[in-house]
Structure formats: C-alpha cells, structure tokens
Design a protein around this ligand. Structure first.
Ligand SMILES: [Zn+2]
Length: 373
C-alpha cells in the first residue's frame, strides 16, 4: 500500500535528492504540512553561477501548494544554503518554486489562470491568499511575459495611471499595442512621477525607442516630461488622450450645473433638479423623458445649456480634423479651454495618430490583473 509520504512525493512530483520526510495533518487549521528533506550526502550548487558549493547552513522555508483533500497544503522543511565565494550565502534552488516565491509553481499556475478570468480580489478570495499575494503573482507573470516579448516592436504606446486600491500608491502603467492580441502591459511601477515613466523609456534599447510612432497619455505633466526627455521626436508623437480630456470637460460642465442649480433654487426654481445625467450623457443615449426635459430646459437660456453646447462641440472635435474652443464667461469651462490651449499641439496629434488609451483604461477599469504569459 502506498504510504502518505509516497502519495505526496507523487502529488508534488518530487525527484531526488528531494523526498517527503513526513506528512502532518493539522485538522484544526484544515492544513496538510508536507515536510520535505533531501537525501543524505547530496551536493548543491550556487543558484547564480551553477557551480558546486559547500553547504553553509540550513534555514526553514515554506511554500503554499495546491490544496489536497480540500485542505490548505504547505510544503516546509529545513533547506540548505550554500556559500559561493562570488555570490555569497544563498538558498539552494528548489524545482517546485521560483526564487523568492511563497507559492509552488503549480499554485502560481492556478492563480494565473484565475487572475485571467477574474479580478485580483476574486482570485485572492478563491485561492485564500491576501490581495497583495495575488497581486505579487500577477506581477511576476507580467515580468515573465516581459522576458518573452523584449524584442516585440514598440510603435504605439499607451500610458496611464491608476490607484489600484485605497491606501496604496498610484501605479504607472505602460502598454504596447503594436503586437498581436491587443494592448499588452509592459511596465507597472508604483508612483506617478517623472521617474515612474522614465524608468520604462530608459530600459529600452535606442532602436526600440526610435521605432515609437505615437504615445497616448493624459495631461499629467511628469509623463510628458519623461517622454520628451527620452523618446526621439516625442513632441510630435504625444497624443493627449481624448477620453481623459472629455472627463475634464464633463467635470467642468457638472460644476456649472451644480452652481446654477443652487442659484436657481435660491430663487425658487427647480428646473435643474435631477438633471445631472441628462447633461453628461450623449443626446443619442437620452431616454424619451430626458428628451422631453431637455426641450423644456433648452428655452430657459441657462449657463448649463451653454456649457453643455460647448461640451457637445468639444465632443465632436474628435470626429473633425481641427478644433477651435471659443472663449467664454463660464469659469469652469474657461479652465478647460485654457487646458486645451496649453496642450493643443499634443491633443491635435490625435488627428494624425488616431491613438487613445482606451484599451488600457478598459483593462484597468475591470481591475483585470493585466497578466501577460
Ligand atoms: Zn555563485
């Protein structure tokens, strides 16, 4: 009859010198702890240079493996460290896990599969690991993907920022749309300053940078600076993203509406009550009630109607090949107009490159972990 040791050696695919020393059931914790050891007299190599090295000492290590019998399964044991004259004291490599990982390769493979189909929170829940753990697995998958696509051309690049979770720093993301299969994230880094993006450009070979045709991004000044400093001819290639710009326009319009609504209410009028989405939506998406409301408000000659008309004008900018934003007394819209004035050259590059960050934004908004593999 197969012993539980042999059973687990089979499940884990252990090969010499590794073997199962004991299988400990922790019923209360619903855990199986598989203690692994190596055969007496085994020799080990430095994980950096592969040369055979003398044992230095042992230390406790553990990895989470796929559940067995519906129980959390942990591999653990005392594992050797070697001392290399060149690389120092290091943990020996084990065949079931990547260097520095707290999970076995099989566990990570399951995690990546789940992460591809769900968001980080759902995958973490299903795997019974922390959000940070699931995110770390996703990040390593991105890094592995990077290794594989180092040579892919870099022609159209999307840059975006995202706060992934409350209390965490914003992240800077860079995706390459030039390969097959849509936007692929090539760079994730914490922070949203110049260096957050410059580090990506600096990591590229000069030939790859020279291939860049267009870069879509928000108006965030540090990104612009990092790009101009590192990408040849960047000024003609940066396209300020129209979806980000429309969000600024929508915010301006909404501010006008709120101010005017307050003023009207003080005068005893409720004309703008509950009309937020009427103004923000595209007229083609209006419900019959909203169409009716609009007809009633239109004749009232409100500031909001003017701001709305301007929003619609700006919205159509991207279907035309030129733009003229009129001056206006509406302060919030003025801010938007100024913003357009300041960034006009890189907004109009859209006419030439037709590039936006939409694919990246949609991947982020669904909180997909952006796994490349
Ligand atoms: Zn070495």
């Amino acid at each position: 009859m197969m012993t539980s040791k042999e059973l687990y050696e089979g499940i884990l695919g252990l090969k010499s010198p590794w073997m199962v020393d004991a299988v400990n059931l922790k019923t209360a914790e619903k855990e199986v702890r598989v203690v692994v050891r190596y055969r007496e007299g085994s020799r080990f190599v430095c994980p950096e240079c592969g040369k055979r090295m003398p044992l230095y000492d042992h230390r406790d290590r553990r990895w989470r493996h796929l559940d067995t019998c519906q129980m959390k399964t942990i591999l653990e044991g005392r594992f050797p460290r070697v001392e290399c004259a060149e690389h120092g004291v290091l943990d020996v490599e084990v065949p079931w896990a990547e260097k520095g990982s707290r999970w076995t390769l099989m566990f990570e493979a399951l995690a990546i599969m789940l992460l591809k189909d769900s968001d980080v929170t759902a995958a973490a829940t299903a795997l019974r690991i922390s959000w940070e753990g699931a995110w770390a697995i996703a990040e390593r998958a991105v890094a592995r993907g990077l290794e594989q696509r180092r040579q892919a051309p870099l022609k159209q690049v999307l840059v975006d920022e995202k706060a992934f979770r409350k209390g965490h720093d914003d992240l800077t993301l860079v995706a390459n749309t030039s390969g097959e299969g849509g936007a692929k994230v090539e760079h994730i880094t914490e922070g949203r300053d110049t260096e957050s993006l410059a580090s990506f450009w600096k990591a590229q070979r000069p030939e790859r940078l020279a291939e860049v045709e267009a870069i879509a991004m928000d108006l965030h000044r540090p990104y612009w600076e990092a790009t101009v400093a590192h990408v040849p001819g960047a000024i003609a290639k940066i396209v300020h993203d129209r979806f980000h710009l429309m969000r600024h326009v929508q915010e301006g319009l909404n501010t006008v509406r709120k101010q005017e609504h307050r003023q009207l209410q003080e005068e005893g009028f409720d004309l703008l009550k509950a009309t937020k989405y009427l103004w923000l939506k595209n007229p083609s998406d209006w419900t019959p009630e909203q169409k009716h409301d609009f007809q009633a408000i239109k004749t009232a000659n409100l500031m909001t109607s003017k701001a709305w008309a301007m929003k619609e004008t700006i919205r159509h900018l991207w279907s035309y090949r030129s733009v003229r934003v009129a001056r206006t007394k509406l302060r919030p819209m003025m801010k938007v107009a100024d913003m357009f004035e300041r960034h006009l050259d890189n907004i109009l590059t859209f006419c030439r490159h037709r590039l936006t960050t939409a694919a990246l934004v949609s991947a982020i908004s669904q909180n997909r972990p952006l796994v490349i593999s």
